[in-house]
Design a protein around this ligand. Structure first.
Ligand SMILES: Nc1ncnc2c1ncn2[C@@H]1O[C@H](COP(=O)(O)OP(=O)(O)OP(=O)(O)O)[C@@H](O)[C@H]1O
Ligand SMILES: [Mg+2]
Length: 320
C-alpha cells in the first residue's frame, strides 16, 4: 500500500516542511524510512511530526510495541488507525477500562451456542459418547475471539491497546505476558502464535503511571500538542471546507487557550470541533463575539469557560 501514497502535491497551505527522503529501500512492504512513513501517513490525513514518524517507523521495523502518552485529543488513537491504513493491515482495538479481564481481551467460549449445540446433539440422540460430545463443545466455532486473539490470528495486523492507564495492575501484568512472546495458549484448542507480531500501539493519558516492566517492552513517545503551523495544516486537511483564515485564527486561539493553565487544555479534537462549529455558523474568520458564544466546542469545564470569558476577549481572539 505504501507505493502509491507518497504524492505530496495536494498538501494544503501551511503544511510543515517535509522530512528527509527515505534512507533505505523499503522491504517487506514497509516504508523505507521515517520520511516515507510520514508522507504515507499524511496521505491518509494524519500529519505526524518528525519525532512521532521516527518512533512509529522504528516500531514497525524493529517489531516493538509503541507506547504513546500524551494529553487528550493529541492524536494517539488516530495514529494507530492511520498506521493500519498505511500498512494495509487490519486494525484490532482493545479499549481498556477498570475491571477489564483477560476473557474480554483474549477469548471467551460462546456459552449460548455451546448449549444449543448440546441440545441439538441430544435431540438427534447422538449422546452415546459423552466424551466426544464434550470435546465437540470446545470447537473453534464456539470460541469468541477478542481483540488480542484476533490480532494474533490475523497477523500481520495493527493492535491498538487504547487507554491502557484505565486498566488495573493485574491486566497490565497479563498484557506484558502476551506482548512478550505473542503467544496465546487455549487449553482446549492449543496454542496460537503470530509469525509476524502485530504492530502494537498502546496509548495512555497518564491518569496513572504504567509499570516500567510494560514500558520496557515498548518504544516510548510523548505526543505534544501540535505547533501552530502543524495545527493549521491538520485543520485544513481534516476540514477542507473551513477557510484558511478561520483555520489560522482557531489554531492561534487554541494555542493561547493551552497556555492558560486550564483544567482541560483543548486538544486537536477540540480545535477541529471549534472550527467546525464556527464554519457551521457561517464564519470565515474568528469573530470575537462568535468565538465567545462557541466556547463550548473547545472548553469542557465551567471553570475554564468562566475564566476565559473573564479575560480580555480581544487579547484571546485577535486576528492571526
Ligand atoms: N497529527 C494529526 N493529524 C491529523 N489529525 C489529527 C492529528 N492529531 C490529532 N488529529 C485528529 O484529532 C482528533 C483527536 O485525535 P485522537 O482521538 O487520536 O486523540 P487521542 O490522543 O487519542 O485523545 P484521547 O486521549 O482523548 O483518546 C481526531 O479526529 C484526529 O484525527
Ligand atoms: Mg484516544
Amino acid at each position: 500500500m505504501l507505493g502509491g501514497v507518497t504524492d505530496t502535491t495536494a498538501a494544503p497551505p501551511g503544511t510543515p516542511p517535509r522530512m528527509p527522503p527515505a534512507t533505505r529501500p523499503g522491504a517487506d512492504g514497509l516504508p523505507g524510512g521515517p520520511g516515507e512513513l510520514a508522507s504515507a501517513l499524511e496521505a491518509t490525513g494524519y500529519l505526524p511530526d518528525e519525532g512521532l514518524a521516527t518512533a512509529a517507523y522504528l516500531a514497525l521495523v524493529m517489531r516493538r510495541p509503541l507506547f504513546l502518552e500524551g494529553e487528550a485529543g493529541v492524536g494517539k488513537t488516530a495514529l494507530a488507525r492511520a498506521l493500519a491504513e498505511v500498512t494495509g493491515r487490519p486494525l484490532y482495538r482493545l479499549q481498556c477500562y477498570e475491571g477489564l479481564e483477560a476473557s474480554q481481551a483474549l477469548y471467551d467460549w460462546d456459552f449460548g451456542r455451546q448449549l444449543l449445540h448440546l441440545r441439538a446433539a441430544e435431540a438427534a440422540h447422538a449422546t452415546g459418547d459423552t466424551e466426544a460430545l464434550e470435546a465437540s463443545l470446545y470447537d473453534r466455532r464456539f470460541l469468541l475471539a477478542r481483540p488480542l486473539l484476533q490480532a494474533l490470528e490475523d497477523s500481520p495486523s495493527v493492535l491498538l491497546v487504547d487507554e491502557v492507564d484505565r486498566a488495573d495492575d493485574e491486566f497490565e501484568a497479563f498484557l506484558l505476558e502476551v506482548l512478550s512472546d505473542f503467544t496465546i495458549s487455549i487449553p482446549e484448542l492449543g496454542t496460537v502464535r503470530a509469525d509476524v507480531p502485530p504492530l502494537v500501539v498502546l496509548t495512555s493519558n497518564r491518569t496513572r503511571e504504567v509499570h516500567d516492566a510494560l514500558k520496557r517492552r515498548c518504544l516510548y513517545h510523548w505526543l505534544e500538542h501540535p505547533g501552530f503551523d502543524r495545527e493549521v495544516a491538520i485543520l485544513r486537511t481534516r476540514l477542507p471546507e473551513v477557510t484558511e483564515q478561520l483555520a489560522r485564527e482557531v489554531a492561534r486561539a487554541t494555542g493561547t487557550l493551552r497556555s492558560l493553565d486550564l483544567l482541560k487544555p483543548p486538544g486537536v479534537a477540540e480545535a477541529m470541533d471549534w472550527a467546525s462549529a464556527l464554519h457551521a455558523l457561517g464564519a470565515r474568520d474568528l469573530d470575537p463575539d462568535l468565538a465567545a458564544r462557541t466556547l463550548g466546542a473547545v472548553l469542557k469545564y465551567r471553570e475554564d469557560t468562566d475564566r476565559v470569558h473573564a479575560l480580555a476577549r480581544g487579547a484571546l481572539f485577535g486576528g492571526a
